[in-house]
Design a protein around this ligand. Structure first.
Ligand SMILES: [Zn+2]
Length: 972
């Protein structure tokens, strides 16, 4: 009985045990936040815009999900969050979860905090310091043995860095990243556990925090003023709008600096930047040509990760996930090059965005067509929601994270291997090193060296003179060894680029050779013996100590003009001091001083001038030479110009680079809008120089008429929209400079002002008749894009050319191509050539091409008449002059593009005959003032330091630009 009963109790016990265990298994299966989940499903327009990774939200008290902190689920219609809300959420999760940590990444240009969050499992979070140490060691294989590397790879885990919100109008990623942090921190599914266990996910939700807030305000404004015209995002961050993704060469923005700091702290093996544009999810590889300085392993990782995502998403019936197209893969100016430059892999997405948090029917046109790289294309039309965007970004990212986690060992090993191969570069593919020559322009050379150091590149200085590849270099020459971890970065920045014009259309710049653009001589050294030159590593930035020579009894001090940007600081540092510019080069004792040399006379200046000058030249790194007698050279006073940088309300990106350069260099300027031109009758009473940087979409009529609309469009801070406004503000941004502005501008120039239109803003003085002997022409064959080209000074006596050599490398973006002289003045007719009796081509007639033709029925040698021949006959010239613009005889081409054989320095160029010898910088006098046209951009993306001084010379000599004008201008 007992036995039986014992037996019989067994099943009951089992059932009892099962009942006991049941709640435990139920708790092991994580609860779902039903309300949040239901909203995700509601806000997603089609099932195929969901995956099993994001079609629910796990509940995990006490870790707050975004709705609990911010009040709505992520991707809810019409809802966007400000930077401080997003930061608050991230910090709240970090405060509650032992799997999340939040850090400050620094402040933005406008002083807002950028944050970065690390997510992993508890054990990894506890050993973050050690993981960072491991990455630092793997990043520099010179410091470890191979066997140690194996151990470190086994001990370490890869860091995958995701960044969002760089482009403010692409607004989904900062939202999505909040939800992603939450999921990564709390979801207990194996998928998520694998990610947490095998990697650190680093997340910077907003790279452009200033622009994010401005965008959210414009979006809210639009929603709250449906009857009104859309409010454009006039400024994003403080400077360069969309071009904040083109700063990774010049490193000028705070956000770039903060990214560099974050990179070097963590050494993430992958950096992934989130963008929005094309449907539905483009994952970057690119059409090629790919950047030629990257390790092929990096390119392979691009492909590997892209196809891992495409395959997982396509398996789940998500349409329109593709790669290959969109961008080329060539230029290193993008934000993700913070990784690429340093042996990590940088990549990006473009998901379908661009409409804020709206839901609407979207047509995608030709992008719905199938192509080999897009076998499952987007649908031609679909109802699209903000949540769809969140789902796609997040799902694909999770697959990329999982792929990296599953292959954690490989990605770490690849990183180490790439670092090792970078160190080996000096002796494998080469070159062995680069030398930067500093004798001619020491400050510019130092500036380039300091930029390379900012990129993490090691720079050495030679201890003594050395000779290599038949050239002798002085002691203290800068050497960049290619047996260092970041050799590829230096090589990429200093080398020459060749972009074949028959390759796919370039996405951006094709050339960026920094030595050329900084006007600093550099040498590529193949001979490995460079590595044996005795040298010392620079431990800190180069600072040149200036000096004052022979100050005793000096009647004047001379500072040679070498077109170094610091000279501009000198002028503004001693505003009250009279300075003269030498109009020709001259010699004192045996030293040659260039045209433009600053001459500072003692007599006409305050008594403390010499001591102040000494202090300032020492600080700026300049050399002042005291002389006992005034040099015998013609001079004119150097102005302290009141400079204005002019902006439109249409587009502020390109002028932002000018402001940035002026501010970085500490040069004062006024920031004015086209409305100031419209409303100020006497501009010359306020400014001496007005610079008008390029404006996209800026044909002359648009620049003059500006933004249209029936009611005022304000761009200003208010209680309701605290982030609008700035850097410039207005109650109403409608309208351009207006015809009255053109008149004011004309008067400004005639009164003695200098107007400097850069590239396409040339259309205003040309189309409105302020200059007639300059025209913009449309070349038929020219093919170039963001290339570095050689220009030569055709008029070295112009003050604009002071301090320069005969040639200068310049940045040219393909337009405008300028015509100058007679053809420009007559709209394409070359009267001189028409009147030229010496015909260039022979008429049909007897004999070969070289033989003379013979007219029949008369002696075949006509009599020789003195004075006959070429050109317009004098009797016509007088009358013709009535119909010709006065500037035909006063125009002065200062800088020309080189002849075609010499034109290309770096980048892409075809049809060069369309550009050769054409004007790059032209001076057109008008009244007492001048218009100085730039076909090139002298202040491009903080990369063209070598051509800054063209602008500075023009400004310092604005009231003496006519100096040195040759009697007959070469028309070659
Ligand atoms: Zn973007």
């Amino acid at each position: 009985m007992n036995r039986f009963s014992k037996k019989s109790t067994r099943p009951i016990l089992l059932i009892f045990l099962c009942l006991l265990l049941l709640p435990m298994t139920l708790t092991a299966r994580q609860e779902v936040d039903k309300e949040y989940t239901q909203k995700i499903l509601e806000y997603t327009t089609e099932k195929f815009f969901l995956t099993e990774l994001v079609d629910y939200l796990p509940a995990s008290p006490p870790i707050p999900n975004p709705k609990e902190i911010l009040g709505e689920v992520i991707g809810a219609p019409d809802i966007l969050h400000y930077t401080d809300e997003i930061n608050r959420y991230m910090k709240a999760v970090a405060g509650k979860s032992s799997r999340v940590m939040a850090f400050s990444s620094g402040l933005s240009d406008e002083g807002k905090e950028m944050i970065t969050v690390a997510v992993s499992d508890e054990k990894n979070i506890e050993r973050l310091k050690r993981i960072k140490e491991i990455m630092t060691l793997l990043a520099d294989p010179r410091k470890i043995e191979e066997s140690e590397a194996d151990k470190l790879i086994a001990e370490g885990i890869p860091i995958y860095w995701i960044t969002g919100g760089l482009h403010s109008s692409e607004c989904g990623s900062p939202e999505m990243l909040m939800e992603l942090v939450y999921r990564l921190a709390v979801d207990e599914k194996d998928f998520f556990q694998t990610i947490r266990k095998n990697m650190i996910v680093l997340i910077t939700p907003i790279l452009e925090v200033d622009g994010r807030d401005r965008y959210v305000d414009t979006y809210r404004y639009k929603k709250e003023h449906k009857d009104k015209k859309t409010l454009p995002l006039v400024y994003w961050g403080n400077y360069v709008a969309h071009d904040n993704n083109r700063d990774n060469i010049g490193l000028a923005l705070k956000l770039t600096e903060n990214m560099m700091k974050t990179y070097f702290e963590w050494h993430p093996v992958i950096m992934h930047d989130l963008h929005e544009s094309v449907p539905y999810l483009y994952t970057s590889t690119g059409t090629g040509p790919y950047n030629a300085w990257l390790d092929p392993i990096t390119i392979n990782e691009w492909q590997e990760l892209a196809y891992a995502e495409i395959s997982e998403m396509t398996k789940r019936d998500v349409p329109g996930v593709w790669t290959h197209g969109f961008f080329d893969g060539w230029s290193p100016s993008y934000a993700f090059y913070v990784a690429m430059f340093h042996n990590s892999t940088g990549r990006f997405y473009e998901t379908f965005g661009g409409t804020g948090a709206d839901t609407m029917v979207r047509n995608v046109g030709r992008q719905s067509q199938r192509a080999w790289f897009r076998p499952n294309p987007p649908l031609s039309a679909v109802k699209w929601s903000f949540r769809n965007n969140i789902n796609l970004q997040q799902s694909a990212l999770l697959f990329a994270l999982k792929h990296t986690a599953d292959n954690h060992d490989k990605f770490l090993r690849n990183f180490y291997l790439k670092s090792k191969r970078s160190v080996a570069k000096a002796t494998t593919e080469g070159p062995a090193g680069w030398v930067i020559l500093s004798e001619k322009r020491p400050l510019a050379a130092a500036d380039l060296v300091n930029l390379l150091r900012k990129h993490g590149v090691e720079v050495h200085r030679a201890k003594e003179e050395f000779t290599i590849e038949k050239e002798k270099y002085p002691p203290a020459s800068y050497i960049i060894r290619m047996d260092q971890p970041y050799s590829r970065c230096a090589d990429m920045l200093l080398d020459i680029q060749y972009y074949n014009p028959t390759d796919p259309r370039p996405y951006d710049d094709t050339g960026w050779t920094l030595g050329a653009l900084h006007n600093v001589e550099i040498r590529r050294i193949v001979e490995q013996k460079i590595l044996d030159v005795p040298m010392t590593l620079l431990e800190e930035n180069v600072k040149i100590q200036g000096r004052m020579l022979q100050p005793e009894k000096a009647v004047a001090f001379l500072i040679n003009h070498t077109a170094e940007n610091t000279l501009m600081n000198l002028r503004f540092a001693l505003k009250d001091v009279k300075m003269l510019a030498a109009e020709r080069s001259f010699k004192v004792d045996d030293k040659r001083f260039n045209a433009g040399t600053f001459i500072i006379p003692v007599e006409e200046n305050p008594s403390d001038m010499a001591s102040r000058l000494k202090q300032i030249v020492e600080e700026l790194g300049l050399t002042a030479h005291g002389v006992k007698s005034m040099p015998k050279v013609k001079t004119h006073p150097l102005a302290v110009p009141r400079i204005a940088i002019l902006h439109t309300w249409i587009f502020t990106q390109n002028e932002g680079w000018f402001r940035l350069a002026f501010e970085k260099l500490g040069i004062p300027y006024s920031y004015i809008s086209v409305h100031d031109i419209r409303d100020t009758k006497d501009l010359k009473s306020l400014y001496d120089v007005i610079i008008f940087p390029p404006v996209m979409f800026g044909k002359a009529q648009r620049l003059v008429n500006g933004i249209s609309g029936n009611s005022p469009i304000p761009w200003k801070k208010s209680e309701k929209y605290p982030h609008l406004g700035g850097p410039d503000s207005s109650d109403d941004i409608r309208g351009g400079m207006g015809l009255e502005g053109v008149v004011h501008l004309k008067k400004f120039i005639e009164d003695g002002g200098l107007f400097v239109p850069i590239t396409n803003t040339a259309s205003i003085p040309i189309d409105y008749g302020l200059a007639e002997s300059v025209a913009v022409i449309k070349p038929t064959k020219l093919k170039t894009a963001g290339s570095v080209l050689e220009a030569r000074f055709s008029d070295l006596n112009s003050p604009v050319a002071y301090g320069y050599d005969h040639t200068l490398a310049v940045h040219f973006n393909g337009a405008p191509v300028l015509e100058t002289g007679m053809k420009a003045a007559t709209g394409g007719i070359d009267l001189e050539a028409m009147m030229d009796s010496e015909a260039k081509e022979r008429a049909s007639g007897r004999g070969s091409l070289e033989d003379p033709d013979v007219i029949q029925g008369r002696p075949h040698k006509p009599p020789k008449i003195k004075g006959a021949g070429t050109g317009i006959p004098p009797e016509f010239r007088d009358m013709l002059n009535l119909y010709m613009p006065p500037d035909l005889t006063t125009i002065r081409v200062i800088l020309r593009f080189a002849r075609k054989e010499k034109l290309l320095v770096s980048g892409m160029l075809a049809g060069e005959e369309d550009l050769q010898n054409r004007a790059a910088v032209v001076d057109v006098p008008l009244g007492k003032g001048h218009i100085l046209f730039f076909a090139i951009n002298p202040m491009w993306r903080f990369q063209t330091q070598g051509s800054f001084f063209l602008l500075f010379n023009a400004a310092l000599n604005y009231d003496n630009l006519g100096v040195g004008k040759p009697k007959v201008q070469s028309t070659e």
